[in-house]
Design a protein around this ligand. Structure first.
Ligand SMILES: [Zn+2]
Length: 491
């Protein structure tokens, strides 16, 4: 009997040391119900002789959030046929150059960017009618003064739909998806020549539209914005205006997903099972002092945009999207840009999502045939099934984030003492049921370990902060994860 009691207390203490709290609670519970005492005693003897390492290893599984059946059901509703119809409609306006016609007659005739803008607006309004007016459809119009690619003052309009969050506290948090609906051919000043822009970027516009159609049938605590912008090809004018407006008005944009060229161009070398996710390393918005601090701490690979990119990759593994996100740790392709940069410049986390392999004969080219080679951004090169896969990656990310609690605030790593344990603290996030500490080797691209630490705001882990990178994220009662936050040191 003495041996039993000794083994028992040793096992309980060991579980506490290992933070294996569930096993500890189970042991205490069965000890108190004496009927199961024998079973508890057996388990206790077993545990007291299990080597420390074995327990430690089973305590740190890799991060693997559960799939939410409602989100999975929504993803199944994303339709390649719908996406095809939307891209065909956008191509039918002949050109969507930002400088093209937007007078009432051209809109009526279905020519030019004005007609495209009105059609996108009417689509969002149609989705809203189908959900009892759940979407607020808005236009952000402004006049851009002449500049390099804008010869005369031009009205530019962003069209967007807001699915307001249902929880007053969480509704302030915004996740956003965007694509640019303007197009161009070889000449950025050609206001009448054909510029189908089927891939660049009717595909991204159709991702925003399809996410709006499907996700507006659901309710989320956080807010989702489905955005389509113009002026991208003239110099990111639409997204710059929108991101600045968001910054000035203090919007809490937690994530912006920019889909540009997601048509899965049907060239033989294309990989229709992969989609690239580009993210900034050192934030474009960081001040020189912040850049120095990031370099000092080895945080070059841990911007908020990079946490968003990792989140997209993780969601891609949780749900059957059939397009595996490939993380590219680079702001954008060499010497090229896109609308995510406008959000990055205002300090928001944003990534660029683009097909695996681009065909440059099909971008920014006049439609023509030369020596048997077809040039131009034509419908026939777009793989609508692929766009649907990319739309699922987006919808899964938007839904997961809008369902999740806010990321924990003020995440800090205690550095007052020189020690080999690491103590993390943070501020509670409304709506969260528990927190998860993530970590990885400093040389690893993605989070490798996760530990559930319960509903606390402080935890100590038996490993050195100098050897790994930590982050904390909030988890709600159904297992939705917030974005991960890497701690700042605190003395
Ligand atoms: Zn583009």
């Amino acid at each position: 009997m003495l041996l039993l009691i000794f083994s028992f207390s040793r096992a309980v203490v060991k579980c506490r040391l290992q933070e294996n709290l569930q096993v500890q609670a189970y042991l205490v519970e069965i000890m108190l119900t004496s009927r199961k005492f024998l079973m508890a005693a057996t388990l206790a003897i077993f545990l007291s002789f299990v080597p420390y390492r074995t327990l430690a290893q089973t305590d740190t599984p890799e991060p693997k959030p559960p799939a939410d059946p409602q989100i999975a059901a929504a993803l199944a509703k994303i339709s390649a046929q719908r996406i095809q119809a939307n891209i065909e409609k956008l191509v039918s306006f002949q050109t969507r150059l930002t400088l093209s016609a937007q007078d009432p007659d051209s809109i009526k005739a279905g020519h030019g960017i004005g007609a495209a803008r009105e059609w996108i607006k009417s689509e969002f309004e149609r989705y809203s009618r189908a959900c009892g007016g759940c979407l607020e459809v808005k236009t952000d119009s402004f006049t851009e003064n002449p500049m390099e690619r804008i010869p005369k003052a031009t009205v530019i309009s962003n069209v967007y739909a807001v699915l307001k969050g249902t929880d007053p506290e969480n509704a302030k948090r915004i996740v956003l998806v965007t694509g640019h609906y303007d197009s161009r051919n070889s000449d950025t000043f050609d206001t009448t020549g054909v510029a189908p822009g089927a891939n660049d970027d009717a595909s991204g516009t159709s991702v925003s539209l399809e996410c709006a159609r499907v996700l507006s049938q659901m309710k989320f605590p956080g807010t989702i914005i489905f955005l389509t912008v113009a002026g991208e090809e003239q110099g990111l004018n639409g997204s710059t205006h929108f991101a600045k407006m968001a910054k000035e008005q203090g919007w809490d944009i937690e994530a912006a997903l920019n889909n540009d060229i997601v048509g899965g161009d049907r060239s033989p070398q294309q990989n229709p099972g992969v989609v690239r996710v580009f993210s900034e390393g050192i934030p474009l918005a960081a001040t020189p002092a912040e850049v120095r601090r990031i370099e000092n701490l080895g945080g070059e690979n841990d911007s908020a945009s990079r946490q968003l990119a990792r989140y997209v990759a993780e969601v891609g593994r949780t749900y059957k999207t059939e397009a595996k996100p490939l993380l590219v740790f680079r702001l954008d392709r060499y010497l090229r840009g896109g609308d995510h940069i406008s959000f990055n410049e205002q300090g928001f986390a944003a990534v660029r999502i683009t097909e695996y392999r681009e065909d440059y004969n099909h971008q920014h080219q006049n439609v023509r045939e030369e020596n048997g080679v077809q040039f131009g951004d034509l419908l026939k090169f777009v793989n609508f099934d692929y766009v649907a896969k990319v739309a699922r990656v987006n919808a899964a990310t938007l839904a997961s984030l809008a369902a999740a609690p806010a990321p924990p605030g003020k995440v800090r790593l205690q550095t007052k003492e020189l020690e080999n344990n690491s103590t993390l603290t943070w501020e509670a996030s409304p709506g969260s049921a528990s927190y998860e500490v993530l970590w990885r080797d400093t040389a690893s691209p993605e989070w490798e370990h996760a530990r559930q630490v319960g509903n606390v705001t402080r935890t100590t882990l038996p490993m050195s902060k100098d050897n790994v990178i930590f982050a904390v994220r909030a988890v709600d009662g159904s297992g939705h994860r917030s974005l991960a936050v890497v701690p700042q040191p605190e003395r």
